[in-house]
Design a protein around this ligand. Structure first.
Ligand code: MN
Ligand code: MN
Length: 471
């Protein structure tokens, strides 16, 4: 028999639920943090609203526009707005910037129903909006729930009109209608993804006709009259508008013990909020800290506000160049990137015992076990992902352990079941070291996503530790 100097148990490892070790003061911190998080979810239901919310919070904390600074020195706090739908913020560190930055990236767009460019129509005495859904949704989930309308229109004279209808308790709400079960036989024989079809995601918007009995399209006109009275807009203004329908209800506590937050858009505003709070609360550090909030992740990260946009990358370069006292050369830019560390912060699936057939139990993330790291994400054979290096991943984990952060590791689901992508591979393509991490979510991409308050708080702590101490 081999001689051992351990009891055997020390060789084994498994992740545990972390609520029991959270003492009363820690539980109060967790609960308090979730109050601010729910406020952010309610205030920022679109990427534009979340940028506005974040800029206000950053300015209150002393961050100033990047454009207002010719040079950056240690302790400076700056931000740059990326076309009102993305955001980059930085706290300048004291080290030579060539030694690299610590960056947390997340996204602030969420699945929703966008109005079509020519949305308004009437049929059978009802006025309705046609929609084109955005991102990956189960379409049937969007029928028969209260919806609010958020967005911007630009009038003929160029002035902007911001709308937000359905969030105030006194506002009306809107909805996609569904068929009654009594007449649902044909509908229920459809393929599941067609229970509600894309062209059936029509939003009920009005039902009182324009008073003039002679006029055509009187139900459409009834709606346009109200919109014109309130916002001085006309039908043509919808063509160029960005208007989004999202669930109208507020984020709420879930569970008798209030251990969860339920609400719309937690993918990925839970990452965005915890990153925003971390960069606001952090002490200026050795390395420069960056936070980026991207748009368009849910549709592939393209466009001038998605993570592929050079606007983010060039702002990062500008933050680098403004820290050095000479015109930086290619090598210095390259070394800055090669030495930079990234947390690609995006939600993952929380193991759901009701649907355990999609998950490998010992390689899944669980609600209540802390921030979840994923060495890679991707689909079917690690397609479209960044596979973090063991060197970097283990260094991040050592930092988490050193600061007693509750963390866990998991994959999204079983190998052949599907998967998902994040912005990690786009950040990695620039040469930075990147690891995926985020909060596990139950009912992800639904109209009522659920997260554990413990995981939300631990993600905030992990972000702060990473920005302050990763090196
Ligand atoms: Mn996401
Ligand atoms: Mn998503």
């Amino acid at each position: 028999m081999a001689k051992t100097d351990h009891a055997g148990k020390e060789l084994l490892f498994s992740f545990q639920n972390r609520w029991q070790e959270a003492d009363e003061p820690r539980r109060r911190e967790i609960m308090d943090f979730s109050e601010g998080y729910k406020i952010a979810l309610n205030a920022g239901k679109t990427e534009r609203e979340f940028v506005d919310f974040s800029v206000a919070a950053l300015e209150e904390a002393g961050f100033v526009p990047l454009d207002s600074k010719v040079k950056l020195k240690p302790g400076d706090k700056v931000y740059a707005n990326v076309r009102k739908r993305g955001l980059i913020a930085a706290v300048i560190g004291s080290a030579d910037p060539v030694e690299g930055f610590n960056l947390i990236g997340s996204h602030i767009d969420s699945p929703r129903l966008d109005l079509k460019p020519n949305p308004l129509y009437e049929k059978a005495d009802l006025a309705l909006f046609k929609t084109h859904y955005y991102g990956g949704i189960k379409k049937y989930q969007w029928a028969a729930i209260p919806l609010s309308l958020h967005g911007v229109l630009h009038k003929a004279d160029g002035t902007v009109v911001q709308i937000c209808i359905g969030e105030d308790a006194n506002d009306p709400v809107f909805c996609v209608t569904d068929l009654l079960p009594h007449l649902g036989k044909q509908q229920m024989e459809r393929k599941p993804e067609e229970i509600i079809k894309g062209e059936e995601l029509n939003i009920l918007i009005g039902g009182i006709p324009f008073p003039d009995k002679e006029v055509e399209n009187s139900f459409k006109l009834g709606v346009l009259q109200i919109l014109n009275d309130k916002y001085q807009i006309v039908e043509k203004d919808f063509i160029t508008a960005e208007i989004q329908a999202v669930p109208a209800y507020s984020a709420r506590d879930v569970g008798l013990d209030r251990s969860f937050v339920g609400g719309y858009g937690q993918d990925d505003r839970v990452s965005a909020y915890t990153a925003l709070k971390a960069i606001i609360d952090m002490k200026a550090a050795n390395r420069t800290a960056l936070m980026i909030l991207y748009d368009k992740e849910e549709v592939g990260s393209m466009g001038n506000t998605g993570a592929e946009s050079d606007l983010y990358f060039s702002a990062q370069n500008e933050i680098f160049a403004k820290q050095v006292d000479h015109e930086p050369g290619f090598r210095e830019y390259r070394m800055n990137l090669a030495n930079s560390f990234v947390l690609s912060s995006d939600v993952t699936n929380a193991y759901d015992p009701t649907f355990e057939f999609v998950s490998d139990a010992q390689n899944s993330s669980y609600a209540g076990r802390g921030i979840a790291f994923s060495k890679y994400v991707g689909v079917r054979g690690k397609g479209s992902t960044s596979d973090a290096s063991s060197e970097y991943y283990s260094a991040v984990i050592r930092l988490m352990d050193e600061h007693k952060i509750a963390w866990q590791a998991g994959e999204m689901g079983m190998v052949d079941e599907g998967g998902g992508g994040t912005v990690a591979m786009l950040q990695a393509a620039k040469g930075m070291e990147v690891i995926d991490c985020g909060v596990p979510v139950l009912s992800m991409h639904s109209c009522f996503e659920v997260t554990s308050k413990l995981d939300v708080f631990e993600t905030y702590r992990a972000n702060k530790v990473f920005l302050e101490h990763m090196k």
